[in-house]
Write a new protein. Structure first.
Length: 256
């Protein structure tokens, strides 16, 4: 399990896309594994008003705080993020075969730009709040193996690849001793977005938590062996390229 050192009190975990299969599975996984013997407060971030009924394997209700948010209104979550220790960016859509202007705009906003905005917002919150007595904050970002593998859904692939590149670029500035960023690269699991996925969402959630407990920054769960080879190479290549061709955000740009 993830270790939070030097903190006191409860650990607060907030997950977007919490009404989906993987979001609920991850909430269940966290409810079973409190961090370092501490209590864990779970926050489900959803776009709908329908109450989330989350239960464990025995059918017992799992206490979850539910909060609603909307794409494009990420800044409204700032007061909530002030008390969050782990933010999991997991929301997404998959309009297979679509390629219209409207579908393109929606895919880019939901799958890439909203997660990027939440990453920047949480990093800003973390910079401004006192760190004493708190665990090291973390962001887990579900980019999907569609970053590098076909998903037979062009807009899904394009938007997830954009998100992956944004994470690689901005992590150069945002990842620090004050903020840990982990990338979740997940293969096909059964969900409303992919009813024929070969893995179960609960299995994937358990593996994600297990690998995070191994202190991995790149968490991969997929039956495709190529992803375990190609994804680390892709991340390394981006890191080298972005380091060589970009400057820190606090460095002035050269005048033209």
């Amino acid at each position: 399990m993830v270790t939070f050192d030097g903190s006191s009190g409860a650990i607060t975990v907030a997950i977007t896309g919490a009404s989906g299969s993987f979001g609920q599975a991850l909430l269940r996984a966290w409810s079973r594994q409190p961090a370092n013997g501490q209590s864990t407060q779970l926050v489900a971030l959803t776009s709908g008003q329908r109450p989330l009924d989350l239960r464990d394997a025995a059918g017992k209700a799992i206490p979850v705080e539910q909060a609603t948010w909307q794409i494009g209104q990420e800044s409204a979550l700032r007061p909530l993020l002030e008390r969050v220790d782990l933010l999991v960016l997991n929301h997404g859509i998959n309009h297979q075969q679509a390629r219209s202007r409207e579908a393109t705009d929606l895919a880019l906003e939901v799958n890439a730009l909203s997660s990027w905005r939440l990453l920047e917002l949480f990093a800003d919150v973390v910079r401004q709040r006192p760190a004493a007595g708190r665990p090291r904050p973390e962001v887990w970002i579900n980019t999907s193996e569609a970053e590098i593998q076909p998903a037979f859904s062009p807009l899904y692939e394009l938007s997830k690849r954009l998100l992956g590149n944004l994470v690689s670029l901005r992590a150069l500035d945002l990842a620090s001793p004050g903020l840990r960023i982990r990338r979740l690269v997940l293969g096909p699991f059964r969900s409303a977005l992919n009813p024929i996925g070969v893995m179960g969402a609960d299995f994937v959630a358990r593996e994600v938590v297990r690998q995070a407990g191994w202190n991995l920054g790149l968490v991969i769960v997929t039956p495709n062996p190529l992803t375990y080879l190609l994804m680390p190479l892709a991340c390394l290549g981006r890191w080298l390229y972005f380091q060589a061709t970009s400057k820190r955000s606090d460095q002035p740009a050269e005048a033209l």
